[in-house]
Design a protein around this ligand. Structure first.
Ligand code: G6P
Length: 613
């Protein structure tokens, strides 16, 4: 987590850095800081809290300078306060450094530096790194780039860093291992950031810095890259696809609501060129190029975290139903450490919105080391996971800024569904009729979502009733069990109401003891699927006076009559219901959180991109 941004060029750095931090705030928001060099003075300003707190403080100070670095933090070492905020400076106060990641051997390095007379003001691993760079620089009489290189050779851990030097106002040195880093190339200016969002406004030319690479950005010179083991690299300049308007709220009060409403468009984008309605077929180049790997796979392992893991679970249902290949869905954090059995004939699918989640990246590395073929389903183009996989498929949901994932989730489910369909078709385990019918239905999903979004006002209205609740239960069966998990997660994340998702039939094995007249129970009860069975589960809750909020298929009467509140979704194929049922659950969580006065886009303690384990 944490967001880093830097600028060197002809303009004032401060406004660029602050705007950049605001774009990266989703990565962490417990403190923020900025360092600027002006007239050989290194000015560092930091504040506990959000970027807006930093702005209030910094704007009373000297904010001049055409070179600077800035940071928004999600605490790992040391509590979130002003002292632990970045940038950190070295003992002589000549160097300032920002860091996203974790230096694992910081304690040993700190002890060594203490023995050399260095003292520390913060509890952070980052301060150790900046002191180490200063120490190495002074003892070896080398320039900043070489000092960074020598220091990083002593470091164990993950980092994206940027360092500046008071007496050298013409250079920023940056490096990465594990954590992401992108450099923007302008005319006589450079930008750097954790992702491209702070850069897109100024240039569409970027370089994605590779693992263990050090970048030197010097005024009047071209970007220079070398590895920490001193191998020169030719920068690969790429063109950004992102646009500025994708990063703004576009009239919505929150990014989350904007992103929920974007889903008809994002799903169309996900399907563009892949769901071919005229020919009634799916075309996925990542699949076509490696068809044999899919056809010969003995087993598929899906690895992911959080919302992406829920999407993976839906993928399992679809792949097993259509392609008849066994699928296991693994939490990346467990998978990477529990010595799993992975064979060369396994196909591993890594799902990640950010493409940077540390545990998922490590799971990919582990599977690779066992010879498995790795397929990535990611949203952020050029991020670490897609760059470390054998093949893949971008979700094309566009930048997701709200910390709680919405449009990325439905895009992941869409890609997994396309994959399951094409695999089933190719394996001959899915009939041509079912294949074509589902392809046709998939293409209709964006329009169907629009009709659900039209119920937004009604959902906002009844959501007010539930702000009293301390607990919620979400129930679903089959494809809708993962949707229940995801609905509960959305509510927890943004409204801080405790919520649990269960397979509806599991109710009677425990959770039913919790039902009382105060307990809201959300039941996903579409007509496609185990409708009658879910109706029985609803009766059981009703008998215990639970409050029932149901998601039903348009025209349903039975469940509606049993429910306190009902949201209707259009009819569709069973495997596609999650794409529709997720929408009212997102809206409900959103409205409950808004009425409760919660910070919807930046919920407490969370970060969007979890680049630490
Ligand atoms: C964090 C985010 C979640 C996300 C999870 C996995 O916890 O807050 O919204 O689902 O990370 O992230 P990924 O980028 O790998 O999908």
């Amino acid at each position: 987590m944490c967001g880093i941004v830097g600028y060197i060029g002809k303009r004032q750095a401060y406004p660029i850095l602050i705007k950049g931090l605001q774009r990266l705030e989703y990565r962490g928001y417990d403190s923020a800081g900025i360092a600027l060099i002006d007239n050989e003075k290194l000015n560092i300003y930091k504040a506990k809290g959000k970027v807006s707190d930093l702005v209030r403080f910094a704007e009373q100070q000297n904010i001049n300078g055409t070179l600077g670095i800035a940071h928004t933090r999600w605490a790992t070492h040391g509590e979130p306060n002003q002292i632990n905020a970045h940038p950190h400076s070295s003992q002589s106060e000549t160097l300032a450094l920002i860091h996203n990641g974790i230096i694992e051997n910081y304690a040993v390095l700190k002890q060594g530096l203490k023995e050399q007379g260095y003292t520390f003001v913060s509890d952070t691993d980052t301060e150790v790194l900046v002191q180490l760079i200063e120490y190495v620089k002074a003892s070896n009489h080398v320039d900043l780039t070489s000092a960074v290189q020598l220091a990083l050779n002593q470091v164990v851990g993950a980092y994206a860093i940027a360092v500046i030097e008071k007496n050298n106002p013409d250079v920023i040195v940056a490096a990465r291992k594990g954590s992401p880093l992108v450099v923007g190339i302008g005319e006589d200016e450079f930008f750097l950031a954790s992702d491209a969002t702070p850069i897109v406004e100024y240039t569409n030319k970027v370089v994605y810095v590779g693992d263990e690479e050090i970048v030197t950005l010097k005024r009047g010179e071209e970007i220079k890259i070398k590895t920490i083991s001193n191998v020169e690299k030719t920068p690969q300049i790429k063109e950004l696809e992102m646009t500025l308007s994708q990063l703004e709220k576009g009239g919505f009060p929150h990014f989350m609501l904007k992103e929920i409403f974007e889903q008809p468009t994002t799903l169309s984008d996900s399907m563009r060129g892949r769901v071919l309605t005229e020919e009634l077929k799916i075309k996925l180049s990542g699949f076509i190029q490696h068809k044999d790997k899919f056809m010969n796979a003995n087993r598929i392992i899906i690895t992911a975290c959080g919302t992406s893991w829920h999407a993976g679970l839906i993928g399992k249902y679809a792949i097993e139903e259509f392609a008849r290949i066994p699928v296991e869905v693994e939490y990346s954090s467990e998978f990477r450490y529990r010595k799993p059995v992975i064979n060369e004939n396994d196909l591993v699918i890594a799902i990640s919105q950010s493409g940077e989640t540390a545990d998922t990246l490590a799971a990919v590395e582990l599977a690779k080391s066992h010879g498995a073929f790795i397929f990535g389903i990611c949203n952020v183009v050029g991020s670490s996971i897609p760059r470390n996989t054998d093949s893949g498929c971008y979700t094309h949901a566009g930048p997701e800024i709200g910390v709680a994932s919405t449009k990325a989730f439905t895009a992941q489910v869409t890609v997994l569904t396309m994959l399951a369909l094409i695999m089933g078709k190719e394996k001959g385990t899915l009939s041509a009729t079912q294949y074509e019918k589902t392809v046709n239905e998939l293409a209709l999903i964006p329009t169907k979502i629009k009709s659900i979004l039209n119920q937004n006002d009604a959902i906002a209205q009844f959501a007010k009733t539930f702000t009293y609740a301390q607990n919620f239960i979400y129930l679903g069966r089959g494809y809708n069990y993962p949707v229940a998990l995801e609905g509960a997660l959305k509510l927890k994340e943004i409204s801080y109401i405790h919520a649990e998702g269960y397979p509806a039939a599991e109710m009677k094995h425990g959770p039913i003891a919790l039902i009382s007249h105060e307990m809201p129970v959300v039941v996903i009860a579409p007509s496609a699927g185990m409708y009658e069975k879910v109706v029985s589960n609803i009766q059981e809750i009703k008998a215990r006076k639970g409050k029932i909020i149901s998601i039903v298929t348009e025209g349903d009467v039975v469940v509606k009559n049993l429910s306190d509140y009902t949201i209707s979704i259009p009819d569709t194929e069973e495997c596609l219901v999650p794409l529709l049922a997720a929408i009212p659950l997102q809206l409900m969580a959103y409205h409950i959180a808004v009425v409760k006065g919660c910070d919807v886009d930046q919920p407490r303690n969370l970060a969007k991109s979890v680049t630490v384990e």
